[in-house]
Every structure is written in C-alpha cells, then in structure tokens.
Design a protein around this ligand. Structure first.
Ligand code: PEP
Ligand code: MN
Length: 345
C-alpha cells in the first residue's frame, strides 16, 4: 500500500481558542504518536499534524474543545481518490455505461433457481429498463445447511438468459479459485459484503479485467470500504463499482441499516461509480421503492435490486424481493426522481 510521510492533517482552531485549548490539542496529538507544528495566523491558529495515524477519524479531533475543524490533507487511498483523478469514472457494462448521466439498474433474483425462472425474470426486467441481470450461482449463506446455489449449472442458466435477452450478467464470486470459471460465463463480478476484506479475492478480481461490483462490508467504515476498492485498483483493474448495501447497527426493524449518507460522501472522495442495494439494505420489500428513490436523490449512479416472479417461493431472500410488476413501477417512479436531479434512467 502507498505510504505517505509528512503532514496528513490540519487542525483549524476556533478564533476564540485559548492557549489552554491549543496546548490540550497538541498534547492529544502527541499522545497518539504524532508531531505538531503550530501555525499562527492573525485571526486563528492552525496545527499541522505530522505522522501516520490515519486510522483516527477527523471527527475525533472535531469534538475537542476549541477545534473548529480537522481537515485531512491526504487520503489513505490513492488511485480511488478524486485528488488523483477528478473526472467521474465511467464503466462499460456491455452496451451500457455506469457512472455517467444515466442511472444503471441491475435486477434479478437473489439466486438462480432454474432456466425458466431466470429467463422469465430477465425478460421482465429487461423490458422495464434494467441494464443487467443479477443472480447468484454461488451463494454465501449464513448456515451451511441453507441452499448454496446451483454452482456452474447456475452460471450456464445465466449465460442462456443473456443469449435470450442481451442483458449483461452480474454474479457473485466467492473464491479466487473460481475466477476463471465465473469470468468465463459472466460480464460483471460481484464481491459480496462478507468478502469485502478477503484480500486474496480482491487481488484476484483486481488481476481480472471484468468490471467488479464491490459491496461494502456490513461492518466496514467508509475508509475500509475505499481501501478495499483500492486493492482491486492497485492490482490493475480500473473497473470498480462501489455498492452500499447496508451496515449492522442496533436497529432491528430492517435487516441492515442502509447508509445513504455514504453516497454523497463517496462522490466527494472518489471518482468511482456508486450504486445502492436497497434489497439487502432493508430486507423489507415495501422499503425497496422509497429507498431506491432516496438513493437516486442523493446521487447514486445505479441500483441493484432483487426481483422474483413469486417472492414467497423464492429459495433465498423472498421477503426483500419485489415482483416484476413492482419493478416496472419502481422504474417509473425512480425515473421521475432521476429527472428531478438531472439524471436519466
Ligand atoms: C447478494 O447480492 O445476493 C448478496 C448476498 O449480497 P450481500 O453480499 O450484500 O449480502
Ligand atoms: Mn440476496
């Protein structure tokens, strides 16, 4: 990983900060092993922090009395950073582009179940405007006794659905050993939340040239998420799509807590496209539509949604799956929000 020396943060003190407050901040900085340089302006004082303690978030310093704002001046990630590349990265997914004006919607069942199921859903979501078909063939399940996916057979069904509809195929990859197999069938590789910090897998998808959807670890901070993206980028694959899919909190009314505020923050920090998964992010069918609209309103470049023709019979994630009819309606309503924020769908 890149290693930066020198100052990494500026702590701007309030004009009213007194000597005691400044000394206290200096003491705190030194406590974590960094050095300080005090810069005295006419109106206020600024403390430059020298060292390499990037794991302490700026908010920590913001809460110390007398501090107006702690401003990081170098980010821990490099290739992913807007400091390095200002323009948005646009990623080609077959005939479509993700990360431009048009919002890209990826839809399909949680798991591939059989050829008819996947073909039917593919046709319906394509007709409603999806740019790609999702479907798991290798499923990362909490219990070893749950349905684990159809494996290669599932990949074959997905490839047939692509033949029938022309939709690009997105599927999850669980292990570096599967890279060759999975990438020979599909167009986009998905790294799931449970594997966001599987660095060997990140390296393997980084060495492959297929676009990668990197889902945020369910307990990952923004920096950890972006650094996982940086792993893929630093191994040579520039086609990284970040996906917010909800994090674990104390809240139980939803399956996860969909952290939409990360979207505009990521937009500020990185040039990579960001999509949102309101299906896993809420776990609740009725919340998928409002959170999809919310995601677009806050600047997401795309959505990934679970759609099933008979959610009650779905092998996996039925409670959060919407029907093809719901999906058609969602595309209309989300389209109105997209246009309101200067995008298309
Ligand atoms: C999925 O997309 O089906 C999935 C398992 O997602 P996540 O990794 O976000 O749980
Ligand atoms: Mn699922």
């Amino acid at each position: 990983m890149p290693h930066y020396g020198g100052a990494f943060m500026i702590i701007v003190m309030k004009p009213t900060a007194d000597k005691g407050e400044i000394d206290h901040v200096v003491e705190k900085v030194e406590e974590v092993g960094c050095k300080t340089i005090l810069l005295e302006g006419t109106n206020r004082k600024v403390i430059a922090v020298i060292g390499d303690k990037r794991d302490i978030p700026p908010e920590y310093w913001d809460s110390i009395p007398g501090v107006e704002k702690a401003v990081p001046i170098l980010t821990p990630y490099k290739i992913a950073s807007r400091e390095v590349k200002k323009a948005d990265t646009e990623i080609k997914i077959n005939d479509h582009v993700l990360g431009g004006k048009k919002i890209g919607v990826i839809a399909g069942p949680c798991a591939v179940e059989d050829q008819d199921q996947i073909n039917y859903i593919a046709e319906r979501v394509k007709k409603a405007g999806a740019i790609a078909l999702r479907g798991g063939a290798f499923k990362p399940r909490t219990s070893p006794y749950s349905f684990q996916g159809l494996g290669e057979k599932g990949l074959e069904y997905l490839a047939k659905a692509r033949e029938a509809t022309g939709l690009a195929i997105v599927t999850e990859i669980l292990s570096p050993e599967h890279i060759e197999l999975v990438s020979s069938y599909v167009d986009v590789l998905q790294v799931g939340t449970r594997n966001m910090a599987n660095f060997l897998l990140l390296q393997a998808v980084g060495e492959c040239k297929k676009p990668v959807i990197l889902k945020r670890g369910m307990s990952a901070t923004l920096d950890e998420f972006l650094l996982a993206g940086e792993y893929i980028l630093s191994h040579g694959n520039p086609n990284v799509i970040l996906c917010e899919r909800g994090i674990r909190t104390f809240e139980t009314h939803t399956r996860f807590t969909l952290s939409l505020s990360i979207v505009p923050e990521l937009k500020r920090l990185t040039h990579l496209p960001i999509i949102v998964d309101p299906s896993h992010g809420t776990g609740v069918r009725d919340l998928v539509l409002p959170m999809s609209k919310g995601a677009i309103a806050v600047g997401a470049d795309g959505l990934i949604l679970e759609v099933h023709q008979d959610p009650e019979k779905s092998y996996v994630d039925g409670p959060q799956s919407i029907t093809p009819e719901d999906f058609e309606n969602l595309m209309k309503e989300a389209g109105a929000v997209a246009r309101a924020v200067g995008r298309d769908i």
